[in-house]
Design a protein around this ligand. Sequence first.
Ligand SMILES: C[S@@+](CC[C@H](N)C(=O)[O-])C[C@H]1O[C@@H](n2cnc3c(N)ncnc32)[C@H](O)[C@@H]1O
Ligand SMILES: [Zn+2]
Length: 462
Amino acid sequence: MGGPIPEPFSSWRARAASYCDGREGEGGKVQRIRLSKQETTLRVSLKGENIGMDLKEWCLMGLSRVLNQNRSTTFSSTGEERYWQFKFNVRDVIRETISEDEMNSSLILFFTVLFPAFLRSAARCEGYSQIACNAEKELIDELLRYNITSSPNEFFLKVFERCFVAPLSLEGPSLDLGIGSGDASAFIFKDKQLSVGSDPSIELVLKARNFNFYERYAAIDMTCIPFPDKSFRSVLALNSFYHTQDKKTALREMARVLAPGGVLVFNDVSQMRDFRTYPDLLNRFGFKTLKQDSDEFRFSLNGKSDSFTDAAWIQDELRDLGFERVDSVPFYSEPLAQIGEFFLDFQGIFTINAPAFFEFPNSERFLKAWKKFLHEVVAPMLVQDESFCRETGKSGYLMFHAVKSGEPLPTNPKPDFVCPQCKTLLTKTNSLSSCEKCILDYPIIQEIPLLIPFYAEAYSRA
Ligand SMILES: C[S@@+](CC[C@H](N)C(=O)[O-])C[C@H]1O[C@@H](n2cnc3c(N)ncnc32)[C@H](O)[C@@H]1O
Ligand SMILES: [Zn+2]
């Protein structure tokens, strides 16, 4: 299994290969980032706080849109409210001068022409055109065809992730957690056959279903997975683990549903917070409160931004959970991260939520400019990413790959849903999945089961 990785993606092949067979890759050592014990404790101690997404609020907002109902938003803190207000102010101030349409076309200009012009010119002077990167360009072109419009930085991340998972054999049944709107998963897991596609947000699961990429879909929270123990041979969570408020429970749940010999693949943010230009700018301009708000709430509709852990803590947790081989590979080095995050932050000012709008222009000339930027700046940077990570000992993300100990057992190819709370089998009608033990009814909307306790609560109150 696994599509061929185009040549000469050697650095990525090497990184991924060393994952797969436990040896060091041909492109150099697999770098394991370990923070000091002190820092580990510090980061882990953050876990008691309300970090990560406020999942309930986020999902119920989505549900209300799916059901065409209005639902007002509450803020988790004054910091969040202030940052939200800041974003509204930006729009209001712009509207004093130009229309909404003009604002959108200015954004396109900024994203596809102006900022890229600055970077492309710099890349020429740095001799980036000498760097062989045809394979990276090909992958970028392929990704462009997926029409992923949520954010320019997707072009940096998804290419890495695709190369990482391509050589892995992901046996079924498999569970993908946090697939979002599904377009990125279809690119990342191209040529793989995945069983269950899930996201806590019903709004996103419904979008993802349009790609018809998974066998089944469900609304699932990775901290209370509605499947029996040892159900899956592969469990995946790309760009979703770091949104959870309770990483320890998420790891425990992912380990629980994995059969012996099964493979767990997920990523987490690493030193990403240090790689953001824009909060620094705010700080340098003297807006210290907003700098802090931006660190915490840059996108969130509710709750704080992504939480940060470190590799050593996760590796230790996974070992305790019965994984025999745990590897982590750093990617998204500081230079790429700074550029990607700059786009994302800038875009975030004009949008309220994380799945920010960035409609790629239909116009040929803008697309051409955007593609040139990806080819001239991003592709050579992807090639250099490993050495950048090695030089600085830092990375924006870490990819984890872990194998659960034990002899592989036969698994049910289509595991049944259980109650996410008490794990007993659910009884099902067309519109409900019910847990007789908890006396809870989980709604089914447009044939998608919503298997998170807060959905059952919301349903019982409706
Ligand atoms: C950035 S998207 C990632 C989408 C896709 N996997 C990708 O790689 O592009 C993050 C997703 O994580 C989901 N998420 C947040 N908290 C989660 C949780 N506790 N369990 C599972 N998914 C979660 C969000 O709903 C969101 O769709
Ligand atoms: Zn139950």
